[in-house]
Design a protein around this ligand. Structure first.
Ligand SMILES: *Cc1c(COP(=O)(O)O)cnc(C)c1O
Length: 410
């Protein structure tokens, strides 16, 4: 019999979103008359249709594929030059990044998981709590952890607690870490790191020869002009950080699939004998061996995000979601709850009323208001006592959710 990767057996079975689905299903089966009233503010998926500029570019690309003269088979594994250059010009101008340091993929979820292929054993891995669960689970699968304890915390990971005191931005630890996952604007808390805070992280990484894995999937939602959009706005980051970006949340590509990772050639790890090796070279090898490139029509669609029309359309999508976030924030504040996020991110992170747990709040919102939220404890034990409301919704639904929240309070 074939042996299996037993690390998978360490993964906790009751994953957050299946458990939410199970509870919603149980509720609707018991209360069929309420089923139509349910509004989902849970999963972080976009709701608004793909921008016209993107669709037009994809239509053209599909037609090119239908003509022998313009048909394209396999493209460059790293992504087409037209897209990599458009990314550099529009997202990283004057930050010292070149197009051959950008790798196009079919999603940041895969990128943040796959990146572990190129790192060795024995790294100290720092992860914030609460956290996007992908970072944790992919480290478990890769064998970088021991077992989970009763709170779901894995042995061997260095957890960086985020809470109301640090406004959900982890400070640098006193311990030495080798790999650090940072996500700003943050999912699930909506927190953003200031320039000063990111400067501390870059200084820490340089001092400890660590690498920062910077997830900027929500960069486009930043409203405050003082908040950095990229880790490369911080001096020294070209030596110690890689950055993940995605078209999922700004361009509405969750169903289209396109993302990229930026790996400056100056970022190094060390080989077994201590020689510094550029990780760019390893990722390039990995990417071209295990990936055959994102689809051509998709890359054409992604490039259209940076056209004049595309930029306007994306900006109106962002304004729509951030308008939702503002309404949800105000409604939660009016309930007398302590509210974080929702200002530079499409997530509002709310403290449950005194003595109410995250899952109790989930059940209460489902049963009394038919609103599905995400329990904070599902993102890590430091998320207990909080819940996340997603601003990814129609305006109509958001207005109705706010109305129901007010009604509950009355
Ligand atoms: C949505 C999201 C992404 C993007 O994932 P894709 O696979 O590109 O859709 C990346 N990181 C975080 C934290 C996210 O919430």
């Amino acid at each position: 019999m074939a042996t299996i990767n037993s690390n998978f057996l360490k993964l906790k079975a009751g994953y957050l979103f299946p458990e939410i689905a199970r509870r919603v299903k149980a509720y609707t089966e018991a209360n069929p008359d309420k089923a139509a009233r349910i509004i989902r503010c849970g999963i972080g998926d976009v709701t608004e249709p793909l921008p016209a500029a993107v669709r037009e570019a994809m239509h053209v690309a599909v037609d090119e594929q239908g003509d022998r003269a313009t048909f394209k088979g396999y493209g460059p594994e790293q992504g087409y030059e037209f897209l990599r250059q458009a990314i550099v010009d529009n997202q990283f101008a004057n930050l010292g990044i070149s197009a051959d340091e950008v790798f196009i993929s079919d999603g940041s979820k895969c990128d943040t998981g796959n990146i572990l292929d190129i790192f060795g054993k024995g790294n100290v891995i720092a992860i914030t709590d609460p956290v996007y669960p992908v970072y944790v689970d992919t480290n478990v699968m890769a064998g970088n952890t021991g077992d989970a304890d009763e709170n779901g915390a894995y042995e061997g990971l260095l957890y960086l607690p985020c809470n109301a005191e640090n406004e959900f931005v982890a400070g640098v630890p006193s311990e030495k870490a080798d790999l650090i996952y940072l996500c700003f604007p943050n999912n699930p808390t909506g927190a953003v790191a200031t320039r000063a805070q990111l400067t501390e992280w870059v200084a820490y990484a340089k001092k400890n020869d660590a690498i920062i894995l910077f997830d900027a999937a929500y960069e486009a939602f930043i409203q405050d002009p003082e908040v950095p959009h990229s880790i490369y706005e911080i001096e020294g980051a070209l030596d110690c950080a890689i950055e993940f970006r995605s078209f999922s949340k700004n361009g509405g590509f969750t169903g289209v699939r396109c993302a990229y990772v930026v790996i400056p050639k100056s970022v190094t790890g060390r080989s077994d004998d201590g020689t510094p090796i550029p990780i760019h070279q390893l990722w390039s090898r990995r990417h071209s061996t295990k990936f055959n490139g994102a689809s051509y029509p998709v890359q054409k669609g992604a490039a259209a995000v940076f056209s004049e029309e595309g930029k306007k359309q994306v900006s109106s999508l962002i304004n729509h979601y951030m308008g939702n976030a503002k309404l949800l924030r105000e409604a939660s504040i009016a309930l007398g709850l302590k509210v974080f996020g929702g200002v530079n991110a499409p997530y509002v992170w709310v403290s449950c009323p005194q003595g109410v747990s995250s899952w109790q709040m989930f059940d209460k919102m489902l049963q009394e208001a038919q609103v599905v939220i995400t329990p904070g404890s599902g993102f890590g034990s430091a998320g207990e006592g909080y819940f996340r409301i997603s601003a990814f919704n129609t305006r109509e639904n958001v207005v109705e959710v706010c109305r129901r929240l007010k009604e509950q309070m009355a």
